[in-house]
Design a protein around this ligand. Structure first.
Ligand code: SF4
Length: 505
């Protein structure tokens, strides 16, 4: 699937034909995904979703020694303000004592720039970034306005590159271009592949024999790329590194929080190890095609079933399955012992999970199979071919509602009124809506908390125990917070506005 010769990579909408609007059983979701008809679904009423610019720039700005420039009106950067301190803390945790956190600028486009063009402003911003910060790389995030008026940021990059030492990386991450925020991962990886890894952006994919020779040579080194696009905190990196070390592998983590000058080493690894296909499929496929680095991509190591699958996939590649099975056996035995006193509290509790597709499926599986809860609903931001393995647990379950929705709190509150979950694991805004309905919440991701590997299972269980032991805060909120929706909405089908809104391709 090589797209590296393109200045602008395809969107997820074009490349994977995912679905972003669905409500019903897993069985019908899987069937619809296979026929491709669900990608034509939409909503006749929808609330705001995210913009891929924010995610692209969050990922780019986590890379030390870089400047990110928002090329657009100043408001486009507003979504990034909340991340200001996080990047510095994350870099400090990884031993970068010189961490300065996110360094970002905006070209602050005005109405007259919209009329007269804004390339000169971008040029000036790049030169200013170089003069003030002397970074290793400058990422330019293109927003809707310059894309609509026809600014050519690639041309500006070419013109200014000889004048600065930093590598300039244009990112075409305009919010209006895609219904799927996950396109942001492809956009940033595309920039890294074209401008940080590759001296020649027009490099052709390797021939089959060349790729096989390189793969054989690198396999002996037993070093893997562990990919983190920012959704894995440092504690999780430590846990996964511990497990990979235990089966005899060396680990380098990319791309977030790793200095760009180290990126060239990505090509020397024996294997790329993804923790989520939604994040990494674009990157690992290109690394394989252009540099002969194979990959594993099947699942995320959340819950014993998926940790086992993840570790065995990696071990099988190196021919060390027996060694991995010994580690798994020991770890699982220890975990079972540690979880035992907590299980009576969880038995039969109704849980609802909402997050990205891969994490949602695996987390739901963990709640049922490791903790003995009953999952009543799963919301995924989108659904595509990569969801099949982690959602396998639910394929014959008519008692679990599957909602594919990015945000859309009106659907969530309606489902909660009907399903009455005892517990919610979700992201950002959706947590607020659950809490307002009196449902105890565990954030499904936090940079300082542990979620992955065996340690993650125990830590999540311990935090859930604390929340369930004392849910008073949520109870009070549920009793006092007013619903902004009319009662008539709760009587309707939660999925009433999901319709086929486009022609099936
Ligand atoms: S959708 Fe466009 S205008 Fe809105 S924040 Fe994103 S890039 Fe800026």
């Amino acid at each position: 699937m090589s797209y590296l010769h393109l200045k602008v990579p395809p969107t997820r909408d074009e490349r994977l034909k995912p679905c972003n609007a669905y409500g019903g059983s897993m069985c019908n979701l899987a069937k619809g995904q296979k026929t491709g008809c669900l990608s034509a679904n939409g909503r006749t009423f929808a609330q705001a979703t995210g913009c891929q610019l924010t995610l692209s720039m969050a990922m780019a700005a986590s890379i030390p020694n870089t400047v990110v420039i928002y090329h657009g009106p100043v408001g486009c950067g507003a979504g990034s303000l909340g991340l200001a301190g996080q990047s510095k803390l994350s870099q400090l945790a990884r031993g970068n004592n010189d961490a300065v956190g996110r360094v970002w600028m905006s070209t602050n486009l005005s109405e007259s720039d919209v009329v007269n063009g804004s390339e000169a402003k971008l040029e000036a911003a790049i030169l200013e970034a170089e003069r003030r910060f002397r970074p290793h790389a400058i990422f330019i995030g293109n927003t809707c306005v310059p894309a609509i008026i026809g600014d050519d940021i690639d041309n500006v990059t070419q013109k200014v590159q000889p004048l600065v030492n930093a590598r300039i990386i244009p990112l075409h991450c305009e919010g209006f271009k895609t219904r799927f925020v996950a396109t942001a991962y492809d956009i940033v990886y595309h920039g890294i592949l074209r401008y940080l890894l590759n001296e020649d952006p027009d490099r052709e994919p390797l021939l089959k024999d060349e790729a096989a020779d390189i793969a054989y040579e690198q396999k002996r080194k037993r070093t893997v790329n562990l990919l983190n696009v920012g959704s894995m905190g440092y504690v999780d990196e430590v846990e996964l590194t511990r497990l990979l070390n235990a089966i005899g592998l060396e680990v380098n983590v990319y791309p977030c929080f790793t200095s760009p000058e180290k990126f060239v080493r990505v090509k020397d690894a024996a294997l790329s190890v993804s923790i989520c296909a939604t994040h990494d499929d674009y990157f690992v496929e290109h690394l394989k095609e252009h540099y002969g680095v194979p990959y594993v991509l099947n699942t995320i190591p959340i819950g014993t079933d998926n940790v086992r699958l993840w570790l065995l996939d990696i071990a099988d590649f190196f021919g060390i399955r027996e060694q991995a099975l010994r580690v798994i056996e020991l770890e699982e035995a220890e975990l079972r012992k540690a979880l035992e006193p907590l299980l009576p509290l969880f038995k039969g509790k109704k849980a609802f999970v909402s997050t990205g597709e891969i994490r949602a499926g695996a987390q739901a599986c963990m709640l049922e199979n490791d903790l003995g809860m009953t999952v009543v609903g799963i919301r995924a931001h989108h659904y595509d071919q990569f969801g099949e393995i982690v959602f396998d647990n639910f394929k014959d379950r008519d008692d679990v509602t599957i909602n594919v929705a990015a945000n859309q709190p009106f659907e969530q509150v309606n489902l909660f009124r009907k399903l009455k979950p005892d517990l919610f694991l979700g992201h950002g805004n959706s947590n607020v809506w659950a809490a307002r309905q009196g449902v105890p919440v565990l954030p499904i991701y936090g940079p300082n908390n542990s979620y992955l590997g065996y340690k993650g299972i125990f830590e999540v269980a311990s935090r859930l125990e604390r929340i369930l032991e004392n849910p008073e805060y949520y109870k009070t909120l549920g009793d006092t917070a007013e619903s902004p929706y009319q009662e008539a909405w709760y009587d309707q089908d939660a999925y009433a506005y999901i319709k086929q809104t486009q022609q099936v391709a």
